[in-house]
Design a protein around this ligand. Structure first.
Ligand code: ZN
Length: 208
């Protein structure tokens, strides 16, 4: 039934018009507005397409895509259709709104023409074990982009690199131009082993 409703919405939404139209789920409206606000602030012109942002359950997304995802984006010539996992709004998560924002911005990044990469910046930092007290140097990595996948946007979610990610998203900053920081290319498996220790400190920050 839900599919039928969505299909009807899509059909009526995308037919009989050449002007861009918008269907944004009310729960996703703040994130859509924020994306438009940031784009305008940074001088980026959002393509003249129709946009649809809707929520779907984890199970519905899994049925469509074949595996667990937080969001999906379908780009066509004149339309962008984005599904966001509604469970992102639930559960015992730290600051879920930033997590939803990262996911919506990632999918909208596809919507404005961006593709995935799996590149991370890598630098060393001094890690102090919270209970045992010892310190050591370990690798600290962060994605070069909100389009980096697998998704782990801690520095966007905690706000410390928010402006960098936004500038990169809208083409104002080229990650390649950054100097003095190593860039590494991580496959999913590499990712899990290399950031495991970091993830244990912040397990709820992970997004699939
Ligand atoms: Zn993606």
């Amino acid at each position: 039934m839900r599919y039928l409703v969505i299909l009807l919405i899509v059909f009526s939404f995308f037919s009989c018009s050449h002007d861009p139209e918008y269907y944004i789920d009310p729960a996703l409206m703040p994130y859509w507005n924020q994306f438009n606000y940031e784009a305008e602030r940074l001088g980026f012109q959002i393509p003249d397409k129709s946009f649809m942002l809707v929520l779907m359950t984890h199970e519905e997304l899994k049925k469509i895509y074949g595996k667990s995802v937080n969001g999906l984006c379908y780009r066509r010539k004149k339309t962008v259709t984005i599904y966001i996992k509604e469970e992102l709004f639930k559960g015992n998560l730290l600051d879920y709104s930033k997590r939803v924002e990262a996911t919506v911005f990632h999918e909208l990044g596809h919507g404005i023409g961006r593709e995935h990469n799996s590149l991370y910046y890598d630098s060393l930092y001094t890690f102090t074990h919270p209970t045992k007290g010892y310190t050591k140097e370990q690798s600290k990595i962060w994605p070069v982009s909100l389009l980096t996948t697998p998704n782990y946007y801690k520095d966007f979610i905690d706000g410390s690199k928010r402006e960098y990610y936004l500038r990169e998203l809208f083409g104002l900053e080229e990650w390649k131009e950054r100097e003095g920081v190593r860039i590494i290319n991580l496959s999913s498996e590499d990712y899990f082993t290399s950031v495991k220790e970091d993830m244990e400190s912040f397990p709820e920050d992970y997004q699939d």
